[in-house]
Design a protein around this ligand. Structure first.
Ligand SMILES: [Zn+2]
Length: 263
């Protein structure tokens, strides 16, 4: 666990995320803090620190907000450092530490004031954009490719015979699958570069869903799979290999009977 300090530049409004792995709704709030070199670190607050963060009061403060955020877990994700804090995390505003004056001087401009943004989450399901599984078959994928369409269904089984993740390219924002090249080495099909032994585990989880009207097979990748399992693919793969723990694999084989919205 790490304590970090910096100037808070951007704070999102809090929002609820349904973490299926823990079967609980969790409040999340995203923050961006910058250091004196203007390097940005994204921080995700979960639970009470996300709920209790009084961004209205902070925004009324006259100058930029210098803060220490404690007990953060730092992970590397998609070649980017990400910090996340849970119930043990505290946010101390304008703490009396040596760096305070330096930060005050550096971030004294109007544009250094904290900005509150809407969370980057899609619109909520409503009557018009929610379909049953059998209605999904009637949709033309081309004509609705830019629309958010929701389907409330139960996951009735995972199809893991072909695995549930793949070895992805480690270059930023690529995520293309790595394939063996002529030299029998893993290489990105897009960048055609040999990545050595390095790869980024990426979710590709196939599952059967059923809503009573019909059933179908879907594949979750990226953020949607992260939301389902409550962590990124690299973390889950590491958990499995580090602990030699069959529990997660067992849970993957166990059908979830909870309903979830699938976009
Ligand atoms: Zn690539």
């Amino acid at each position: 666990m790490k304590d970090l300090y910096g100037c808070i530049k951007i704070v999102s409004l809090d929002y609820e995320v349904n973490v299926k792995w823990t079967e609980k709704m969790q409040t999340v709030r995203k923050i961006k803090i910058v250091n004196l070199r203007r390097e940005v670190l994204k921080v995700s607050l979960w639970g009470d620190p996300a709920k209790n963060f009084d961004c209205k009061a902070i925004q009324e403060m006259p100058q930029s907000v210098f803060a220490v955020i404690t007990s953060l877990r730092i992970t590397m994700y998609k070649n980017e450092l990400i910090a996340s804090g849970g119930d043990h995390t505290c946010i101390i505003l304008n703490p009396d530490i040596d760096e305070k004056e330096e930060y005050k001087a550096k971030f004294s401009e109007v544009e250094d004031k904290m900005e509150i943004v809407k969370p980057n989450v899609s619109e909520k399901p409503n009557e018009n954009n929610t379909k049953t599984v059998s209605q999904l078959y009637e949709l033309n994928p081309k004509s609705c490719k830019d629309d958010a369409i929701y389907c409330k269904a139960s996951i009735v089984g995972f199809l893991i015979q072909n695995g549930w993740w793949y070895k992805g390219c480690t270059l930023p924002n690529c995520f293309k699958i790595l394939k063996k090249n002529d030299n029998n080495e893993l290489a990105c099909i897009e960048h055609d570069t040999d990545t050595g032994d390095k790869y980024l585990p990426c979710y590709r989880v196939s599952m059967m869903i059923d809503d009573g009207s019909d059933e179908t097979t879907i594949t979750l990748m990226g953020k949607q799979a992260e939301q389902l399992f409550g962590c990124n693919c690299e973390e889950l793969v590491n958990k499995l290999s580090l602990r030699h723990n069959k529990l997660y694999q067992k849970q993957l084989r166990t059908p979830l009977v909870k309903n979830m919205y699938l976009k």
